[in-house]
Write a protein that binds this ligand. Structure first.
Ligand code: C5P
Length: 321
C-alpha cells in the first residue's frame, strides 16, 4: 500500500534539453515591436542540459544548478517557464523542485537558456499531467523568448517572424555530424549583437511585408529536407557573423581551425556566437576528426564537442534519481 506522502516514479522526470545551431540566419528588417524580422533554419544537436524534476507536495517552484554562474531566482528562464505554465493551467497548488545539470555553454549562441525553458514547459506538462498539445506549448513558449518555441519541438525547422513562427522541414533522423567549438573565456550578449548589426546595416533593412515574404520564400524553396544540403550549399549565411566576427578574434580563430579540418563541409558561427561549428557527412566522421585534432583545439584554447543532429528538441525520461 502506498503511504500518502510516498513518492512514485510518476513524481520524477528527467528532461533532456538539446542545444541548437543555426544553419541559416538572415536579418530582414526591424519590426514595430523593436525585434528583428528573421529568416532562419535552426537545427537541434545532441549537446544537452539535464533538468531533474521532482513534483513537490506544496506550491513551491524551486531551482538548483550545477553552474554557479546562473542565478536560480525569478529571472531564470526555467523558473519563468514553470510559473507561466502553472498560471496558464489555473492550478496554483502545483509545485516542483528542478535541479539543472548544465552542459551547454552560456552566452554561446546555442540557445542554452531557451532550451532549458522549453524542457521545463514540456517536462512539467507531463509531470503535472496537464495534457497540453505540443502546439499549445509552443504558443506559451513565445512569451518566454523568441527561440523557445523552436526548442519545444526542435529538429530542423524554418523559423520566421522574431524566430517564433515555425515551419518544420525535417523531423527525420539526420546522419550529419557536427564539430562544435567555443572559446570558454568569452560570452556574447544577444541584444548587443543585434544592436551592433542594426547600427551597421539598418540602411539596408527591408520594411514591406511583401519583401519579407519574398525572402521567406527563398528560404522555403531551398531543399532542407534531407542531408543533401551540405553538398549543395557553398556557404552558410549567418548575418550576425558579419558584425561579430571582425570584433571577436576568438570567432575568427574558431572559424579558421574548423575550416582546416579534413572533410569539413560547411563552417559557420552559431546564432550570435561565439560558438562555431563545422558540418561533416556523418557523425562518426565528426567524432574521428575531433579526436584526431584534440591538440589543435586545445592549442587554440577551444572547447570542442562532436555532436549528431537531433529530430526533437526535448526528450523526457521517467527515471528515479
Ligand atoms: O526573444 P529573446 O528574449 O530571446 O531575445 C533577446 C534579445 O535579442 C532581444 O531583446 C533583442 O535585443 C534581440 N532579438 C532581436 N530580434 C529577434 C530576436 C532577438 O532583436 N528576432
Amino acid at each position: 500500500m502506498r503511504m500518502p506522502n510516498q513518492k512514485t516514479q510518476n513524481d520524477y522526470l528527467i528532461a533532456y534539453a538539446f542545444a541548437k545551431i543555426n544553419l541559416h540566419l538572415e536579418i530582414l528588417g526591424l519590426r514595430n515591436d523593436g525585434y528583428h524580422e528573421l529568416s532562419m533554419v535552426m537545427q537541434s544537436i545532441d549537446l544537452f542540459d539535464q533538468l531533474k524534476m521532482q513534483s513537490s507536495r506544496d506550491d513551491k517552484i524551486t531551482l538548483s544548478s550545477s553552474n554557479v554562474e546562473l542565478t536560480v531566482g525569478d529571472d531564470n528562464l526555467i523558473v519563468k517557464a514553470a510559473r507561466l505554465l502553472r498560471e496558464k493551467s489555473g492550478k496554483d497548488n502545483l509545485g516542483v523542485n528542478i535541479d539543472l545539470i548544465k552542459n551547454i555553454p552560456i552566452g554561446a549562441g546555442l540557445a542554452g537558456g531557451s532550451t532549458d525553458a522549453a524542457a521545463t514547459i514540456v517536462g512539467l506538462n507531463r509531470l503535472w499531467n496537464l495534457k497540453y498539445h505540443i502546439k499549445e506549448l509552443e504558443e506559451m513558449a513565445k512569451e518566454i523568448g523568441s527561440d523557445v518555441p523552436f526548442c519545444v519541438s526542435g529538429g530542423r525547422q524554418l523559423c520566421f517572424g522574431r524566430g517564433e513562427l515555425l515551419e518544420t522541414v525535417n523531423n527525420k533522423q539526420s546522419n550529419i555530424g557536427v564539430i562544435l567549438v567555443k572559446d570558454p573565456s568569452i560570452q556574447i550578449s544577444t541584444p548587443m549583437a543585434y544592436k551592433r548589426y542594426k547600427d551597421q546595416y539598418a540602411e539596408s533593412y527591408l520594411s514591406r511585408d511583401v519583401e519579407f515574404e519574398n525572402k521567406r520564400n527563398e528560404a522555403r524553396i531551398f531543399d532542407w529536407t534531407t542531408d543533401k544540403f551540405i553538398n549543395e550549399k557553398s556557404n552558410i549565411q549567418n548575418d550576425l557573423q558579419k558584425t561579430i566576427s571582425p570584433i571577436t578574434p576568438e570567432v575568427e580563430k574558431s572559424l579558421n581551425v574548423l575550416k582546416e579540418l579534413p572533410g569539413s563541409k560547411l563552417v559557420s558561427m552559431s546564432g550570435s556566437g561565439p560558438s562555431c561549428y563545422a558540418l561533416f557527412s556523418t557523425y562518426s566522421q565528426a567524432k574521428i576528426v575531433r579526436k584526431q585534432n584534440l591538440s589543435k583545439f586545445s592549442d587554440a584554447g577551444l572547447s570542442s564537442w562532436a555532436c549528431s543532429m537531433k529530430a526533437i528538441g526535448v526528450e523526457l525520461k521517467n527515471e528515479l534519481f
